[in-house]
Design a binder for this molecule. Structure first.
Ligand code: WT7
Length: 654
């Protein structure tokens, strides 16, 4: 593959700035700068054109955009079905026998699986009929707790086909995490697996699923036989996927859904201990999933698109399922760990299948970078023509390393900023337009408008850091609510700057005249731990459930590879003393309540937490301590002496 980018040293700060080459521009779906101005002139018309051009509607909408702050609707009265758009129309075309999903198992001895569009279509239809036969109706919630196997896309699309609302839960979350989500969703059916492979070992998933089902409204549990480990099947409740599928009929009519009906909810962490169910509706979500996949990654029919995100996160939903499938593209799905059996597994897969578009998280890049460039060098990565990153701010070193050692200095790096709430990418450069600047995500996607405001709501100038917001018309894929919690929807997103401005909770800097934006990270108590979104309050809740804990505070500490890690300050109850066993049992408590991703990196036992005179824990001080930043004035505290003690324990050197 020849060069897709060129380096132009024109930035006043003497930074690297890359632009697409003529070849890249020629190939790209969009290469003309004017797309931004055109979309900005009439964003509603822009999105209407996208929705019309990209999707098949059973019935055209009567009103494109409706805004009653803080609520908005897109394609009102339009009728559409996600599964129909991702499958039926491709099956009716030459793509019928094109690979939709190439699945690579973790074990190198096991064969891969390829599902053509026709295969996927049949499986989805059959599973939709299975769900129907179990009494699942439009609007019912279905939990999906599966590893990265094709059954996950099959289950999601089957739900979408009959209008059931899927709620996928990351398979590395604990049973208790699953339960709280299933309870909130009031799910009727759970789809899970016996187990899956992780670093060569079988992870038993079913026992976690059993915990997740307890005391919920789940009536049936459908179990995919993946790892063949022994599982306990509860008679009358648990059913094998393969047995149900054997009897299922081949065709299921897709349910015409109102554009503003729910497609799925996905639970994500906010600033409280309770995760919230982010609501995404059909018409708007499909529009952005389709067009951002196509334009951001310059997705063509001959591409093999690999988004390494797990399906349990929004990135997996939009770029390892809906977005590429709506485009009739081929996706690669890998079951296992990136370092199994060796740390070059990803590159072996890229070479084996000739992956052309590779999309991953900065945390993974930083890990791979540490292992050294000799690992990717062992493989022919010349099929790659475009790289993407997502999930957290990327540092310049990681960007350059990715660009040089994975992209061979040829490929644009598309740094996509977005959130579970936005449904699809919203700030990034477009491959045929550029520029590609390390640590600067790029411009708002055409048809979206962002601004960076100060605390009072005044727009900031170039180079000034503030808070990232979005303005109406809100991109069609934006969340429509928090499941069963309208109050939380209002307070979280529409109270900081009023009901007309969407507040992202991210810090950002306006980079230049062109509208490029640099993201600087969350400004609330949400952490990004190895790209995983986690609230400090959730970890605190988990710890206070431990019998020994009187009080605790969790803050995010910077970490070279993971970006951030939780550090817990814990005050023990009377009668408990510090020991390695106790510390370990505190860590295990968090793993049990949330999952291994939430493991505190450090537990600091202390006699007291710094508090104001009114008894409020001063998290600001704890944050400064773990970040090595200036602690500032402590004299207003009720117990300033604790800060000195904590400084010693943290190893604070200022
Ligand atoms: C938060 C949302 C969106 C898919 C995965 C994350 C951070 C995301 C970037 C980026 C800097 C980023 C933000 C955002 N974030 N992408 N390219 N540069 N920060 O979704 O789990 O809902 O997390 O991730 O802080 O608010 P999520």
């Amino acid at each position: 593959m020849s060069k897709q980018v060129k380096w132009v040293k024109e930035d006043p700060n003497n930074r690297f700035v890359f632009w697409p080459t003529e070849e890249m521009k020629k190939r790209a779906w969009v290469s003309d700068e004017s797309i931004y101005a055109e979309a900005a002139k009439d964003p509603v018309a822009f999105w209407a054109a996208r929705a019309r051009e990209g999707l098949d509607w059973f019935q055209e909408w009567t009103e494109t955009y409706q805004w009653n702050p803080p609520y908005f609707k897109w394609f009102v009265n339009g009728k559409i079905n996600a599964s129909y758009n991702a499958l039926d129309r491709h099956v009716k075309s030459w793509r019928k026998n094109k690979a939709a999903i190439i699945w690579e198992p973790e074990s190198v001895d096991e064969p891969s699986r390829v599902l053509t569009y026709n295969d996927l279509y049949r499986e989805v239809n059959k599973f939709a009929n299975v769900l129907k036969s179990l009494g699942v109706k439009k609007g019912d919630r279905i939990g999906i707790y599966l590893p990265m196997i094709p059954e996950v896309q099959i289950a999601m699309l089957a739900c979408a086909r009959i209008g059931a609302i899927h709620s996928v839960v990351f398979s590395a979350f604990s049973g208790e995490s699953l339960r709280s989500r299933m309870e909130d969703a009031e799910a009727k059916v759970l789809v899970t697996a016996d187990g899956y492979y992780r670093r060569g070992k079988v992870v038993n998933l079913k026992p976690n699923a059993d915990v997740g089902v307890e005391n919920t409204k789940i009536e049936k549990v459908i179990v995919v036989k993946r790892a063949g480990n022994t599982v306990n099947m509860v008679a009358g409740r648990d059913l094998w996927w393969h047995e149900l599928m054997k009897k299922a009929t081949l065709y299921c009519k897709p349910e015409p859904m109102d554009s503003e009906e729910m497609l799925f909810t996905l639970y994500t962490s906010g600033t409280t201990g309770k995760p919230k169910g982010i609501v995404h509706n059909v018409g708007g979500y499909l529009t952005v999933a389709l067009w951002t996949s196509k334009w951001d990654f310059d997705l063509h029919d001959d591409d093999i698109f690999w988004c390494t995100a797990d399906i349990g996160w929004i990135t997996g939903h939009t770029y390892a399922c809906y977005g590429p499938l709506l485009n009739g593209a081929t996706i690669l799905v890998y079951e296992g760990a990136l370092n199994f059996p060796e740390v070059d597994r990803w590159w072996e897969i890229v070479e084996k299948y000739g992956v052309t578009i590779f999309y991953t998280a900065p945390t993974a890049i930083r890990m791979i970078l540490r292992w050294g460039e000799e690992w990717p060098k062992k493989h022919d990565l010349s099929s790659i023509r475009l790289l993407g990153t997502v999930g957290e701010p990327i540092n310049q070193d990681a960007w350059m390393w990715y660009f040089n050692h994975i992209g061979g200095g040829r490929c644009p790096v598309i740094d996509t900023w977005w959130q579970t709430e936005t449904g699809a990418t919203l700030i990034n450069s477009l491959p045929g337009i550029g520029p590609f600047i390390p640590t600067v995500a790029g411009r708002s996607f055409p048809g979206a408008t962002h601004d960076i405001l100060d605390e009072k709501g005044e727009p900031l100038g170039i180079g000034e850091g503030g808070y990232l917001v979005q303005k109406s018309p809100f991109a069609p894929g934006m969340l429509r609510g928090v499941y069963k919690d309208p109050e939380r929807y209002k307070t979280q997103y529409w109270s900081t700057y009023g009901e007309k401005i969407y507040y992202t909770s991210d810090g950002a800097i306006k980079w230049d005249e062109m509208g490029n934006i640099r993201l600087t990270g969350r400004v609330d108590d949400v952490m990004k731990v190895a790209g995983h979104r986690l609230s400090t309050a959730e970890v605190e809740n988990a710890l206070t459930q431990h019998t020994s804990v009187a009080e605790c505070a969790v803050v995010a500490a910077p970490h070279d590879v993971k970006g951030e890690v939780p550090v817990a300050f814990v005050v023990l109850k009377q009668g408990f003393t510090s020991s390695p066993e106790l510390e370990n049992s505190l860590v295990q408590q968090v793993v049990k309540a949330i999952g291994p991703t939430a493991k505190p990196a450090k537990i600091i036992l202390t006699d007291a937490l710094p508090k104001t005179r009114s008894g409020k824990i001063m998290r600001r001080i704890l944050k400064a301590l773990v970040k090595g930043e200036t602690v500032g004035d402590v004299m207003t505290l009720m117990n300033p002496e604790t800060v000195e003690d904590l400084k010693r324990k943290v190893g604070y050197s200022k």
